[in-house]
Design a protein around this ligand. Structure first.
Ligand code: NAP
Length: 784
């Protein structure tokens, strides 16, 4: 069944490290992005675990290292299995160990925080190039098909890339001729080996702190097998090469890889682009493939964002291919050489001996280390420079922001470019002012004689002293200046930076996203673009969303971009209809069943909720909880039994309390809790005493949880509807409706959408300053 068509600015196919990094960069650059991932949950396999110095610098330049905590580092690497000291001048010399799964988790969380729309369980099955860009046919959850259109689509979908295949990219090179078997094994005790060459083959073993040993083995001459190997194949090969028995261990993961070496001839075909393993296939040696992919994404992201937001001409995008294709070719070359040295039999021994003699020479060592660490990458920027310093990455240093030295890695975190100007060079400040929104201008150090223009990816685009040349470089890389001209409210946009103490506010500005840096109001990363839906990237649970105002709220939150869990207990078809309606409009939702007010209710609800969230976002994080489900009493005080009383309290008061309590594990800081109360806490109606008491309890819950959760910036509010149309037959009787309408100052009864709009507002960043509040949404009932 076709579920309609969705339009965005960039479609990224693949939520691996390259795809997620690209999504983050696009969001920083102000572009809307939808990421499609075939897998319903993140992979638990860690194919790679090494980050090299240049990638570490880039992650530092996006504030992504702090969440990783202390990262084990290792100065010693290898070239073709021969030890190589990788340390070179860098903020993060050597190689660093971060499991790919952890990196993906971090990038996924950052992408969501920045408002990227990541959709799991979505497989691209067809691709068309149209006049307006790219059109992807997608198979979504439960076999639904969806059309997605965007001016650009990027394949980050790995070595078997569907985008590469469907997009008609040429992918020449060689197939694998040699095979390495790899397994993670628990319960074995064998000696660690870095690269042990034995008469029958090569053996590698490394025991991790959790006791699991990763083994890799190649039997000289072994050719790639069709299909995945069994653990028995690894055990047999290991035995033949080392004489040791792995059979007593438990395999956690087994696979094989080869030395295939292929590269797309073009990284771009009109609106289609490739990044990461989709663009180049290589033997995964020393983590270079992962690092190459992340760096592709960082080179492409800001250019593509600038293009789709209309700031630069199409030609800027071509520099992605001209810059990254040669880098990829060079890495593929060094990997092919290493594969030969590593997997070759006795015939490569003589060559290895010669190399082993050469590698300790400082010139040779630094050349190879520069190649592997990525620190020596210098893009030919087409002006013949291609050398020092234009085209190279900006080495770690400090610049001066409002009189205080700040690391340039921190200044780059907004995703803007950087213009480092020698102190006192006012004409350069003036020249850069029209680009203030895209490029931060800061003072250099006392020894600086030249200005440096640094692109968002950290590469130096221009170095010089002339204002006219500086302006030309700014125009070339950042497009025509905005018509609005400089933002004179900015503290470092026009004119020299004034010295002064660094306040907490200025530190926020350093770390906030591009446009956020320009406003004095506290801004979270999610609300800095005003032209997008207000809840993009958020997740919401609406209880009792199959009907009435719960349904209207679910539709409204989804229209603002939130992924909505539609909770119900008995109306399965009605809940499915809510989900379908949301998806038809290009939104995202899923249904969750659980009866509230019975033992185990909250547990059951969260099982379904977490499963649904994990499948679609890769995490169980929740941003918005709307406690809407409720039952009315409709019994006179004389007829209210203890059972009726308990039931109504269990559904209306007890369940919301324990839902909030349980949701605290999932709610992100800055989240929202919205409880639906009732106007009956202010207007007496003896037929609903017990019901009104439950709603009074809901308001108490609101007040006290608001205080409790303030430190986490989670707001808690209650909304009190008046008489609001729902499925009750009374709303089909015109006279009754007329009578009820007279109670409101507006002379009509409430519609579910009247309440949904209020709830949606409380869910946005705009309502960040409201908590513990009772919002009367009764349409002025009985005002007097
Ligand atoms: P409604 O149309 O009666 O729908 C109730 C929703 O709650 C349905 O989705 C229902 O699921 C769910 N629900 C009911 N009992 C449940 C239980 N035990 N476990 C799980 N889910 C349950 O609701 P409404 O009139 O829009 O009212 C929504 C909220 O506003 C309620 O809290 C109500 O007290 C409050 N309110 C309503 C009015 C009004 O005039 N309508 C006025 C003031 C306040 P199923 O469909 O699966 O049964």
């Amino acid at each position: 069944m076709n579920q309609g068509c969705l339009t965005t600015q960039v479609i990224v196919v693949g939520a691996g490290p390259a795809g997620l990094m690209l999504a983050c960069e696009l969001r920083l650059g102000g572009a809307d992005v939808v990421v499609l991932e075939r897998l319903t949950a993140p992979t638990t396999e860690s194919r790679a675990s090494t980050l090299h110095a240049r990638t570490m610098e880039i992650l530092d330049g996006r504030g992504l290292l702090d969440p990783l905590g202390t990262i084990p580092d290792e100065p010693r690497g290898h070239f073709g299995g021969l030890p190589l000291d990788l340390t070179l001048p860098s903020s993060h010399p050597g190689q660093w160990k971060v499991l790919q799964t952890r990196l993906e988790e971090l990038l996924g969380a950052r992408a969501a925080e920045l408002g990227a729309d990541v959709r799991r369980g979505h497989e691209v099955t067809g691709l068309r190039i149209t006049d307006a860009g790219a059109e992807a046919e997608v198979r979504g959850p439960a076999g639904r098909t969806l059309l997605l259109r965007a001016p650009y689509l990027v394949g980050c979908d790995g070595e078997d890339s569907a985008v590469r295949r469907l997009g008609g990219f040429d992918f020449p090179g060689t197939d694998a001729a040699r095979e390495l078997l790899r397994a993670d094994v628990a319960g074995v005790r064998i000696p660690d080996r870095r690269f042990e060459r034995l008469p029958a083959g090569l053996a590698i073993a490394a025991r991790r702190p959790d006791g699991v040993t990763r083994v890799m083995v190649h039997e000289f001459g072994a050719r790639p097998r069709p299909g995945r190997p069994e653990f028995a194949d690894v055990v047999d090969a290991w035995k033949r090469v080392t004489g040791e028995d792995l059979g007593v261990g438990t395999p956690l993961w087994v696979n094989s890889f080869g030395d295939a070496n292929r590269q797309a001839t073009a990284y771009r075909r009109g609106p289609l682009l490739l990044a990461g393993d989709a663009a180049h296939r290589q033997m995964p040696i020393g983590g270079q493939a992962l690092n190459l992919g992340l760096q592709d994404a960082v080179n492409l992201g800001w250019k593509l964002a600038a293009r789709v937001t209309g700031r630069v001409p199409d030609g800027l995008l071509d520099t992605y291919h001209t810059e990254r294709h040669p880098v990829g070719a060079r890495v593929l070359g060094n990997i092919a050489a290493q594969a030969w040295l590593l997997l070759g039999g006795p015939e490569v021994d003589a060559l290895r001996e010669v190399l082993a003699e050469l590698m300790p020479l400082e010139n040779v060592r630094t050349r190879l280390a520069g190649m592997i660490s990525g620190l020596d990458i210098a893009y030919d920027m087409g002006d013949g420079a291609g050398g020092l310093p234009t085209g190279q990455r900006l080495p770690p240093r400090e610049a001066v922001l409002r009189g205080t030295p700040v690391r340039t890695a921190e200044l780059l975190r907004t995703g803007q470019g950087l213009f480092i100007v020698p102190p006192g060079a006012t004409e350069l400040y003036t020249a850069a002012a029209p680009w203030a929104e895209l490029v931060r201008t800061v003072d250099g150090g006392p020894g600086d004689t030249e200005a440096l223009l640094v692109r968002p990816d950290g590469h130096v685009a221009w170095a010089g002293t002339g204002a006219a040349q500086g302006t030309a470089a700014l125009r070339r890389w950042f497009g025509e200046p905005s018509a609005a001209g400089p933002d004179t409210a900015g503290s470092h946009t026009a004119g020299p930076v004034t010295a002064g103490p660094v306040t907490a506010g200025s530190v926020t500005a350093v770390e906030g996203p591009a446009r956020a840096a320009r406003t004095s109001a506290p801004v979270t990363p999610k609300n800095w673009r005003t032209d997008m839906a207000k809840l993009t990237g958020r997740t919401a649970l609406v209880t009792g969303a199959s009907r009435g105002m719960g349904r209207a709220t679910a539709l409204r939150l989804a229209a603002e971009g939130a992924l909505v869990a539609v909770h119900y207990t008995s109306s399965e078809d009605a809940a499915a209809d809510v989900v379908e309606t949301i998806e038809k409009d290009g939104g995202r939702a899923f249904a969750v069943r659980a009866e509230l007010g019975v033992p185990g209710d909250v547990h059951e609800l969260f099982l379904g909720l977490e499963e649904g969230l994990r499948e679609r976002t890769g995490s169980t994080d929740l941003d918005i909880l709307v406690n809407n489900a409720g039952v009315m009493g409709g019994v006179k005080p004389e007829d209210t039994t203890p059972e009726t009383f308990d039931r109504i309290f269990a559904v209306n008061a007890k369940a919301p309390f324990f839902l909030v309590q349980r949701a605290l594990k999932n709610l992100r800081d800055g989240g929202r809790v919205i409880n639906i109360s009732s106007g009956l806490t202010r207007v007496a109606n003896p037929d609903e005493i017990a019901y009104a008491m439950t709603k009074g309890a809901v308001e108490q819950l609101t007040l006290h949880f608001a205080k409790h959760l303030g430190p986490r910036r989670i707001t808690v509010n209650s909304v009190a509807p008046g008489i609001t149309r729902n499925g009750n037959p009374v709303f089909d009787i015109p006279e009754a409706v007329e009578q009820m309408a007279q109670l409101s100052a507006f002379g009509r009864i409430g519609e579910p959408e009247d309440i949904a709009d209020v709830v949606a507002f409380l869910a946005t960043d705009e309502a960040r300053w409201i908590t513990g509040a009772f919002v009367d949404a009764t349409g002025g009932t009985l005002l007097g």
